[in-house]
Ligand binder design. Structure first.
Ligand SMILES: N=Nc1ccc(S(N)(=O)=O)cc1
Ligand SMILES: [Zn+2]
Length: 263
């Protein structure tokens, strides 16, 4: 679908650090969320997600993470509310994780690292007609971030985990339908932090309104271990590299405000 994208993994420096310098990058992501410096904004509305499980199309290994892609040619799976004025269309979700449970998330909360982070990627379908267009615009994208903690097994996630062995190698894809991404959201989606930032992988464009959920979800150690069984490398390459630590380091805040929807 429109929102899938290929990343180029250069040998010079691992891609998850992205290019070392971004031209004029003063709203880069991820960031450390300093809770006591976040500003409560009573005008922030609850998030309204309306996800149609039937718009799920495929799951694939893009050599950086695994993406679950949705048909974003109609307004079937949408996000609105929060700090946004417009309606946004879900195009894909993916995760970032570490080689151990000690780290793996991209955002941190008072420097606390989580073992993994889920990103649900949406683009502004009120203003643009394609993800590729929206990705270049200030208010083009909205990404929901959810922290993962290791604990009890996540039943909804298991369907996804069971599909991963089929896409072990980079560029492998498997049909995946009927998956409700809403099952991966925490029970409370009213409490979040929001700030203006960027994609955390190339093209690193500064077009993202981030909404980071205060409440995490729990997945089992075994489920995370299957994430780590994926490979960065394609079947043709002889050096197989396990797909771990696919996160970018925290970026300077550059005076940006982080608002909270809760007191
Ligand atoms: N090129 N597409 C992308 C979409 C989302 C993200 S992220 N990790 O910021 O959600 C990065 C790249
Ligand atoms: Zn991401």
């Amino acid at each position: 679908t429109a929102c899938s994208s290929k990343y180029v993994l250069s040998q010079m420096h691992p891609m998850w650090q992205g290019p070392l310098v971004v031209p004029g990058g003063d709203r880069q992501s991820p960031i450390d969320i300093v809770v006591r410096k976040s500003i409560f904004d009573s005008k922030l509305k609850p998030l309204v997600t309306k996800y149609d499980p039937h718009t799920c199309q495929q799951i694939w290994n893009n050599g950086y993470s695994f993406l679950v892609e949705y048909d974003d040619t109609t307004d079937k799976s949408t996000l609105q509310g929060g700090p946004m004025e417009d309606k946004f269309r879900l195009c894909q979700f993916h995760f970032h994780w570490g080689e151990t449970n000690a780290w793996g998330s991209e955002h941190t909360v008072d420097k606390k690292l989580f073992p993994a982070e889920l990103h649900l990627v949406h683009w502004n379908s009120d203003k643009y007609s394609l993800f590729e267009e929206a990705v270049m615009e200030d208010n083009g994208l909205a990404v929901i971030g959810v922290f993962l903690k290791v604990g009890k097994r996540h039943e909804g996630l298991q369907k996804l985990v069971d599909a991963l062995p089929a896409i072990r190698h980079k560029n492998s894809v498997v049909a995946f339908n009927r998956f409700d991404p809403g099952c991966l959201l925490p029970t409370n989606t009213d409490d979040y932090w929001t700030y203006h930032g960027s994609l955390t992988t190339p093209p690193l464009t500064e077009s993202v309104t981030w909404m980071i959920m205060k409440q995490h979800i729990e997945v089992s150690h075994e489920q995370l271990a299957v994430f780590r069984s994926l490979l960065f490398t394609s079947a043709e390459e002889d050096m197989q590299k396990s797909m771990v630590n696919n996160f970018r380091v925290q970026q300077p805040l550059r005076g940006r405000a982080v608002r909270s929807s809760f007191n």
